[in-house]
Unconditional design. Structure first.
Length: 203
């Protein structure tokens, strides 16, 4: 095997190691520890699930890279709280009235449509049209479910923690815009999947 194959083989391990370094660094002195826990529970769950299932099903390197985007962005958001991530250069550059880092995080959630489509395709569990529709609708359902969880946590936590976790920044259409960002991320991921060349592993 050539050098490229060796690098490809160890790519997920290097990505996981780099993420763990970042996660550990950002776990120190977050802005609000209770919000940090609320934001990082899904991050830790997703990472541990991918690690536990690695031997049973190894996704493509592109799928792992796409999934890492959300892990990294959500970890950063958990440290600062999404509304307070240092993102002023983007806000000032485009003249935004709010910090849109959370929109970027939601967009990256949509990237998980790629591994969903990859799993269904490689295991030959559905035809291409169904694969794409299921992957898209799965992300849309996840997006709606997460908005409900955000609302539930904000009500239970109350006070500043609830407001920071919700991260609406006064936008009455925050939940709907977040779900749109999730959906657009999924559409982007599925377009990438079409050109990825991933095919069924068995008939």
């Amino acid at each position: 095997m050539g050098n490229e194959s060796v690098l490809s083989r160890w790519f997920p391990h290097g990505l996981a190691a780099a993420f763990l370094v970042l996660w550990t660094a950002l776990a120190v002195n977050p802005v609000m520890r209770d919000v940090w826990w609320a934001e990082n529970i899904p991050v830790m769950a997703a990472f541990l699930l991918l690690a536990a299932t690695y031997r049973a099903f190894r996704f493509s390197n592109l799928a792992y890279a796409l999934m890492a985007c959300w892990l990294v962005l959500h970890t950063i958001g958990g440290h600062y709280t999404f509304a307070n991530v240092p993102f002023d250069f983007i806000t000032d550059l485009f003249g935004f009235e709010r910090n849109h880092f959370d929109r970027l995080g939601h967009y990256s959630i949509g990237f998980y449509a790629f591994p969903i489509a990859e799993f269904l395709t490689r295991r030959n569990l559905a035809k291409p049209v169904v694969v794409h529709l299921f992957s898209l609708f799965a992300i849309m359902a996840l997006a709606a479910g997460y908005e409900i969880i955000e609302w539930w946590y904000a009500v239970l936590a109350g006070g500043e923690a609830g407001i920071e976790f919700l991260g609406s920044q006064g936008d009455i259409w925050d939940a709907q815009t977040d779900m749109l960002c999730d959906t657009l991320g999924a559409v982007t991921a599925l377009i990438l999947f079409v050109f990825s060349g991933i095919k069924p592993e068995r008939a």
